[in-house]
Ligand binder design. Structure first.
Ligand code: SAM
Length: 290
């Protein structure tokens, strides 16, 4: 029996049956349009051999479109009522036993996942989209690529190149794992309820070789946070706290001088600003700081 997708009226009926009123707190905007969920799965190039992880399956619209390809799916949902109901919805829509595993948990806290997923596909809860993405990239290195739907502003940040106005800490941290790209826009009208922001698809592909170990990543992210915490300041100033050395009594002049020395040895101009630097520049600074 082929897998069938959820229609708009069935989604509302399911929500009513479960007594679910979509909440802003959990970023619950459900997709009620079959073309949109098929488009997401198509852009993600999901095929039968893939092992997909979906964050926030909700009532199951996107989940069924993923399962329609023959890929196996692990779906992490924080809302117990939705997590509990999803297996029955899947079975009623022709999903073979064993193809779907539901994890009833907060995606920000999951430390292990069944099914060793290699692809991430999600219509993310917008209030936690960046932290949840970074958590998954860090915790599950087997995830090699993915496509997520996020608020347009967040998607533009994630995919922004250095020097652009919206380039910031999320852009650099995401780039630690590999390249990110904008992969399409999505109309507000495909959601229930209709959100008051635009949405985009963002695709990523993990670099085959990691940039460094966990310790280097942490040190790099600390420097990134400091650089963008004071993004108008030159790096020698913005990084004086994190690179300023341990010798002085905290006088900001001395710290800025030590920060300049580290920046120069990393090949980065002390007068540059964080928004001009690539992830590789930030890694070079972290390495130079030792
Ligand atoms: N995938 C469904 C769709 O496209 O219709 C629902 C997407 S909705 C934007 C986000 C979903 O993420 C909701 O089902 C919500 O309950 C769930 N969610 C919110 N915060 C979460 C968290 N921290 N961990 C796991 N799921 C979460």
């Amino acid at each position: 029996m082929p897998v069938t997708l959820l229609g708009a009226s069935e989604i509302r009926a399911l929500a009513a049956e479960l007594d679910v009123t979509p909440t802003k707190k959990l970023g619950q905007n459900f997709v009620v349009d079959a073309n949109t969920v098929r488009k997401i799965v198509h852009v993600a190039a999901v095929t039968a051999g893939d092992r997909v992880v979906e964050i926030g399956p909700g009532l199951g619209s996107l989940t069924l479109a993923i399962l329609e390809t023959g890929a196996s799916t692990t779906a992490v949902e924080i809302d117990h009522r939705l997590a509990e109901r999803l297996p029955a919805t899947a079975a009623a829509h022709g999903v073979p036993a064993g193809a779907l595993t539901v994890v009833d948990a907060d995606a920000l806290r999951v430390a292990e996942l069944p099914g060793d997923p290699n692809v991430l596909v999600a219509n993310l809860p917008y209030n936690v989209s960046v932290p949840v993405l970074l958590h998954f990239m860090e915790t599950f290195p087997a995830i090699e690529r993915g496509v997520v739907m996020v608020q347009a502003e967040v998607g533009e940040r994630l995919a922004a190149p250095p020097g652009s106005k919206v380039y910031g800490s999320p852009s650099v941290k995401a780039a630690w794992y590999g390249p990110w790209r904008l992969a399409g826009t999505v109309s507000r009208q495909v959601f229930w309820p209709v959100p008051n922001v635009d949405s985009v698809l963002v695709g990523f592909r993990r670099d085959p070789e990691p940039r460094g170990d966990e310790d280097l990543r942490r040190r790099t992210f600390r420097i990134v946070d400091a650089a963008f915490g004071q993004r108008r300041k030159m790096l020698r100033q913005a990084l004086s706290e994190v690179l300023g050395g341990s010798g002085g009594s905290g006088g900001s002049g001395g710290s800025a001088a030590s920060a300049s020395a580290v920046l120069e040895s990393a090949g980065v101009a002390p007068t540059a600003r964080g928004e001009q630097l690539t992830i590789d520049d930030f890694v070079a600074i972290a390495r130079a700081a030792g």
